[in-house]
Design a protein around this ligand. Structure first.
Ligand code: UDX
Length: 433
């Protein structure tokens, strides 16, 4: 069992730190944000992630998981240090790596025993080399540092399971001792571990996220073709997905990808490529198609309602995807802003993201339930595919609405059934007439 420090208690840091404790290690989760650490130490979580609260409590109670603002102490007590600090996008799309540099520098300054320093934040290729440079440059105690790239592949909403039952763990390092230590650390997960050099590991992360984003934009482009020809995107995706080389995952057409990772990571990969002299046109188009999904959706709303001014529009789902409260790059923000500009009266509900939504979306009426949104609505928009919405009593929905019009950005319902129930149902990439 090892002593581990995790620097940064955002999504990645908090889930990783907790799960490292769960598999038996002593973990110090560090953040400069005292408020966040106080929340964690009071037994609450600053984020919504299914299953995480119980795991945090269990490991804190077992004396294996600590939350602290004392960076130096956590680093000194640990042999393996994960850098999970933020890498927010700058205006030009490049990642801001100043938090990574600060963390590396401070590790170097306070360490008096050998440390394995692991980059887990999503970073451009060659950041590992930079971290090594910083560690060597500010090393007053002449300590041996090993650098490892170990990217995360956690999805919000299923992050705990993704960590504990991963498809693979990627460990990029040229240091044999670090490789052995990381292999031991991950051994309890009993999963495929791929060892690479640092740069390949860094690119695996970028390429994986960009590939998944490409898959989503591809199916969304095919949805456009389906719509124009009268084919059905759900059947097309099923037919494609049955080919094991393609697979059904990430072939859901809809409003495009959002969240903090895909939009940012695809931009970053385009930028990294440009910097080294490769114009990654494919990925630029992936981003364009993604942006167009939202524009196309609001056009559909306009087409269905004609005049938006003064119309009472209900919105179900605000988070960028189900099972999270995350609003970052959520399609709902762009779509609702547009509706408001056109003078529509928007009422909304989300099972988890209401508090976060209130920080970014003003001037809408927040409701306590889906049925409250439905009441007297002249149109109902579905922007996030929460299970709760799939189970709505559609007869009741119809009787409560002023005008039974549903515009579904996530293809939750069967168009034939919706027609039979008397709805005017607008969906994406399917014949809805
Ligand atoms: C993603 C990656 O999956 C994860 O490996 C990485 O570490 C972080 O980024 P996350 O952003 O939590 O995880 O969500 P994910 O479930 O991958 O969905 C990303 C976006 O794609 C969401 O907006 C989702 O609605 C959208 N999506 C996903 C589709 O539009 N269609 C699909 O078929 C799948």
């Amino acid at each position: 069992m090892k002593n581990v420090a995790v620097l940064g208690t955002g999504y990645v840091g908090l889930v990783s730190g907790t799960c490292f404790a769960e598999i038996g290690n002593t973990v110090y989760c560090v953040d400069i944000d005292k408020e966040k650490i106080d929340i964690l130490n009071s037994g609450k979580l600053p984020i919504y992630e299914p299953g995480l609260d119980a795991l945090v409590k269990k490991n804190v109670d077992a004396g294996r998981l600590f939350f602290t603002t004392d960076f130096d102490d956590a680093v000194k007590k640990s042999d393996i240090i994960f850098i999970c600090v933020g890498t927010p996008p700058r205006e030009n799309g490049e990642a801001d790596l100043s938090y990574v540099e600060n963390a590396a520098r401070r590790i170097a300054e306070v360490s008096t025993t050998p440390k394995i320093v692991v980059e887990k934040s999503t970073v451009p290729v060659e950041t590992g080399a930079r971290i090594r440079q910083v560690l060597e440059q500010y090393n007053p105690h002449n300590v041996k540092f090993s650098v490892v790239s170990n990217p995360e592949f956690l999805r919000e909403g299923t992050a705990v399971e993704d960590f504990l039952k991963p498809d693979r763990v990627v460990i990029g390092t040229d240091d044999l001792e670090a490789r052995r230590q990381l292999q031991e650390l991950y051994a309890p997960l009993n999963c495929k571990i791929l060892f690479t050099d640092i740069k390949s590991s860094e690119i695996i992360k970028h390429a994986s996220n960009s590939f998944l984003a490409t898959k989503i934009s591809f199916i969304n482009a095919v949805a456009n073709i389906c719509e124009k020809t009268g084919a059905d995107i759900e059947m097309v995706a099923e037919g494609m997905g049955l080919d094991r080389r393609i697979g059904r995952n990430f072939l859901n057409a809809g409003l495009g990808y959002g969240g903090f990772c895909f939009p940012k990571d695809v931009d970053a990969f385009i930028n990294i490529s440009r910097k080294i002299g490769y114009d990654f046109r494919l990925l630029q188009e992936v981003q364009n198609i993604n942006r167009e999904r939202r524009e196309m959706f609001v056009e559909k709303v306009g087409e269905a309602l004609w005049i938006l001014k003064g119309k009472k529009i209900g919105v179900l789902g605000l988070a960028f995807k189900p099972n999270t409260d995350d609003m970052r790059f959520a399609p709902s923000e762009t779509i609702i802003n547009y509706l408001q500009k056109q003078g529509a009266r928007v009422r909304a509900f989300d099972p988890a993201a209401m508090a976060r939504a209130k920080k970014v979306l003003n001037g809408i009426e927040y409701c306590d339930s889906a049925m409250e949104v439905v009441k007297d609505a002249e149109a109902l928009l579905i922007l996030t595919e929460w299970d709760e919405f799939k189970g709505l009593d559609l007869d009741k929905v119809k009787s409560e609405m002023k005008n039974p019009l549903i515009i579904d950005g996530r293809n939750l319902f069967d168009p034939v059934q919706m027609k039979e129930k008397g709805f005017r149902y607008v969906c994406l990439g399917r014949n809805c007439n």
